[in-house]
Write a protein of this length. Sequence first.
Length: 328
Amino acid sequence: MRYRAFGRTDLQVSELGFGCGSVGGLLVRGTWREMVATVERAIALGVNYFDTASLYGEGRSEVNLGAVLRELGAEVLVGTKVRLTPAEMGHLHDAVLASAEASLKRLQMDCVDILHLHNPIHLHQDPDRSAVGLADLPPIVDAFQRLQAQGKIRWYGINGLGETAALHQAVATTGAHSIQTCYNLLNPSAGQPVPPGFPFQDYRDLIAQSTQRGLGVIAIRVLAGGALSGTVHRHPTAAPTVSPIATSTDYAQDVAQAQRFRPLVEEGYVASSVEAAIRFAISHAGVSTALVGVSSLDQLEQAADAVAKGPLPVAALTRLATLRKRDG
Ligand SMILES: NC(=O)c1ccc[n+]([C@@H]2O[C@H](COP(=O)([O-])OP(=O)(O)OC[C@H]3O[C@@H](n4cnc5c(N)ncnc54)[C@H](OP(=O)(O)O)[C@@H]3O)[C@@H](O)[C@H]2O)c1
């Protein structure tokens, strides 16, 4: 496993990060044995960043991750998130403090390495979409800084989801140390320019903007929630349905879109679609860690094998660019 600097923090994170969310679902719906065996193996493979949230399985992911790490006596980097509800929008500062305390209690930890804001960020607050507005950020950041001063979190971060203009402003003004950014073969706009008429949200190089400001970058949706594996079939432990983020309006369309990258496998650049997707994410030097949501030990092994092969070579990236152009 190779490690990358995490923005201006003192952290070194593994290129492969462990997603404890509901989509892969292992830390939410897995059996105790599967969870322990997979986390143990991930650590043996050198994975050192584990990403959870209060939202995942309504707290189950945090409870399970904390319990598994205690069982293993493991010391790894843990990030969790605060998701503010519409009812909390009127008292953001206190809501962040309360959420962090509840997360620490579920994890049974005194401190987490990173606490992220989970809500999307818009120019203006939009409770129907669970979005905070730019004007909401100062009390949220104030609460993060208080938690830092109390030694309950080491660093704080934002979600790179929401309105592009708002995200760029949030990166520039919040002093955040971390950002979770959607970056994958279907929507690479956070990491490279996309042509006019690009069908999905254009994040306008959010990764470069973030690294310039010293934020560590956590790539999410590296497999587009599983669609980049190229099949609509879902693992029994995985979420049975997935809502795409910044790609097509439904999962089946994302799976269909993923087929355009099959020539990378057929022409021998990579051994599988999953390998192509994961190696694409780590090909961006600005990505600190690429999270993969796993449903099984086997999927973890495949992700680690892909990362071990390193970034995609120039020839594969060039072929990728032609595959994009070919289909418009
Ligand atoms: N900040 C945010 O708002 C946010 C949003 C989303 C995710 N995240 C974080 O990112 C993590 C990653 O999750 P994600 O939602 O982005 O999903 P993802 O990693 O893009 O996709 C996960 C899915 O990929 C499939 N998969 C994984 N390995 C595979 C393999 N070797 N072969 C075939 N299929 C494989 C699995 O589906 P099947 O088992 O069905 O094949 C799994 O459910 C989350 O756990 C969370 O920590 C954060």
